[in-house]
Design a protein around this ligand. Structure first.
Ligand code: DHB
Ligand code: FE
Length: 286
């Protein structure tokens, strides 16, 4: 019958203003047009390569988890996830359908592999998860108001220190790969790493962008992920800003890919979107 396997990984920033621009139909305005242009290829690619499940690594922004309780890694095992109200009402996008069986299997395998995941049976999902889906899927039509496939969310704490290291994220990705490959159904699974790139939202350095760091990060994520995983968190903060630390989530997705060199299908980089540099990659397993 065959086992599940990871077909490809997708990496993208998650800027909330992108969601607002889409929801308000402003994609063709001069400010936004070059950004959405960079995702045209990706939307076509996803239509042609729709997986059975997307495993989506993202961060919650004090929406589902307040500062009362902060799991480092939290896997969603629910059947569905409501779209969060982040202060302006929930985005007018479909609710997210989960995959409880595969999620429970991955939780079992990864926890037995010594990674402590928090199991989440109920959670609202914020722009960290919905904006990447919007960028890659566009707005689903009213007659079929749904995302193209089920999604398993993995929330990573990159908001409150201490945050997990790049190395731990990369190794978690490897454990997720092993978990997926031991699931006894022939599912095609994509893994998405989201957040970043360089940005800082507060303090004297608010507005910081570092295109050199970002481009080098993309180069190394493609060609030297294991070396990149050794970068200490303080270097992300110094070089890519306090919110640039979101980039460690890309290493979870990269760690879940095959050890063979991936096929680069798409690379895009754009500044600015709101306060953020936007980066985007599609890598396929060969
Ligand atoms: C912005 C970027 C983020 O990553 C985020 O979570 C919130 C806001 C911004 O650029 O405004
Ligand atoms: Fe963010």
């Amino acid at each position: 019958m065959g086992h599940a396997h990871i077909t490809a990984s997708v990496y993208t920033s998650h800027v909330p203003a992108i969601g607002a621009a889409l929801d308000q139909g402003r994609q063709h305005e001069p400010y936004w047009q070059p950004l959405f242009e960079g995702y045209k290829f990706s939307q076509q690619w996803l239509r042609e390569n729709t997986p059975d499940v997307i495993f989506l690594v993202y961060n919650d922004h004090a929406t589902a988890f307040s500062l009362d309780m902060i799991p480092t890694f939290a896997i969603g095992t629910a059947a569905q996830y409501a779209v969060a109200d982040e202060g302006w009402g929930p985005r007018p996008v479909p609710k997210v359908i989960g995959h409880p069986e595969l999620a429970a299997h991955i939780a079992h395998s990864v926890i037995q592999d010594d990674f402590d995941l928090t199991i989440v049976n109920r959670m609202d999902v914020d722009h960290g998860l919905t904006v990447p889906l919007s960028l890659l899927c566009g707005q689903p039509p009213p007659e079929h108001f749904a995302w193209p496939c089920p999604v398993i969310p993995l929330a990573v704490n990159v908001v409150q220190y201490p945050v997990p290291s790049g190395r731990r994220c990369f190794n978690l990705g490897r454990a997720i790969r092993k978990a997926v490959q031991s699931y006894e159904q022939p599912l095609k699974v994509q893994i998405w790493g989201t957040g970043g790139m360089s940005h800082q939202l507060q303090g004297p350095r608010a507005g910081l962008i570092n295109a050199d760091f970002d481009q080098r990060f993309l180069d190394r994520l493609i060609a030297d992920p294991q070396g990149l995983a050794e970068l200490p968190h303080i270097d992300y903060v110094r070089e890519a800003g306090s919110e640039g630390i979101e980039l460690v989530m890309w290493l979870v997705a990269r760690g879940a890919m095959s050890d063979n060199a991936p096929r680069l299908r798409h690379r895009f980089y754009h500044v600015p979107a709101s306060n953020t540099a936007v980066g985007h990659l599609i890598l396929e397993n060969t």
